[in-house]
Design a protein around this ligand. Structure first.
Ligand code: DDH
Length: 301
């Protein structure tokens, strides 16, 4: 039968369909940020996976460790409790799906709904039943750093320079919050629409360093032709790590290519985001996840 060729511990497409519909239905959040839960859901999935360390094969998107204080309370994850809260009603409606699958699936659905590429996704992740295996803090990138730091962090996960730049294009979405990261503002004017605008702006605008009251430095672009009130509203930002992509020649090459070729960016982003979501997941030849954390929560039944 056809079921023999499908991953047996992954939810079937027909089982997933109503979950995807429920995710789509919750994206519109008129009272939250720029009116969408999408960007913060994408960040939740990225931070759940971006703890991966290839050398020790620890961290990654299995486990949903952010439900525990040890990982969820990491200052690097400040604000992601909103993303988890958005998804709670879906977990309540579909209790069979694991948090680790739901968080990663939500990002894929959100990116597509916001105009981004179709990204392949495989289920079968399991949830930790305690906090003994959550990754240590300090594995996620620090926005105040430069190119060396980006390589240190992302090479550790197994990504190369081209993939680092493609992944960074996620900053087409969402914004920085002074009460979360300490940085402030959005990268693009329409932060709920996935595109390659981030690369275009990085390439063409003149970015000026600005020291915030909390001591952090970021870069801003102010359109001098606007009146002061509009300027305030339309000010765009870049993190020092975003600017590092321009300063390093091997990164800059890809910033320019993605600024000029949206299709290339979408293709590369789809591939690299799918790879990110698979970090820490070991599958057998059938696609079954073999490093299951708790089989009770598996999908075999
Ligand atoms: Fe990011 N990111 N990110 N980011 N990120 C922030 C917001 C968002 C860095 C720092 C920050 C990726 C890479 C990096 C998203 C997706 C991705 C914020 C603001 C900071 C700071 C948080 C806040 O104040 O609420 C740094 C540094 C890096 C890096 O070094 C490369 C990657 C790889 C992704 C991805 O998804 C593939 C998204 C989406 C947001 C917007 C969140 C929101 O609430 O809106």
């Amino acid at each position: 039968s056809s079921s023999e060729t499908l991953p047996t511990n992954s939810p079937s497409a027909s089982r997933l369909a109503p979950v995807k519909e429920a995710i789509k239905a919750l994206l519109n959040q008129p009272d939250y940020d720029d009116g969408s839960a999408g960007p913060v859901l994408v960040r939740l999935a990225w931070h759940s996976a971006g703890t991966y360390d290839a050398e020790t094969n620890t961290g990654g998107s299995n486990g949903a460790g952010m439900r525990y204080e040890a990982e969820g309370g990491d200052p690097a994850n400040a604000g992601l409790q909103y993303a988890r809260a958005f998804l709670e009603p879906i977990k309540a409606s579909f209790p069979w799906i694991t948090y680790a699958d739901l968080w990663t699936l939500a990002a894929i659905v959100a990116i597509r709904e916001m105009g981004g590429p179709e990204i392949s996704w495989q289920g079968g992740r399991t949830d930790f039943t305690d906090d003994s295996r959550v990754p240590p803090r300090g594995r996620l990138p620090d926005g105040s750093k430069g190119a060396d730091h980006l390589r240190w962090i992302f090479y550790r996960m197994g990504f190369d320079d081209r993939e680092i730049v493609a992944l960074s294009g996620a900053h087409n979405l969402g914004r920085c919050h002074s009460g979360r990261s300490g940085f402030e503002g959005k990268w693009v004017n329409n932060p709920t629409r996935f595109s390659n605008t981030y690369f275009k702006l990085l390439k063409t605008h003149e970015w000026k360093k600005k020291k915030l009251e909390n001591g952090l430095e970021q870069f801003i672009y102010v359109d001098e032709d606007l009146d002061p009130e509009e300027q305030e509203e339309e000010t765009l930002m870049m993190l020092p790590t975003d600017m590092a992509l321009l300063e390093d020649p091997s990164f800059k090459k890809w910033v320019y290519k993605y600024a000029e070729d949206k299709e290339l960016f979408f293709r590369d982003f789809a591939g690299v985001f799918a790879k990110l979501m698979e970090l820490g997941i070991q599958r057998d030849a059938q696609g079954d996840v073999i490093n299951q954390e708790n089989v009770e929560d598996g999908y075999r039944s």
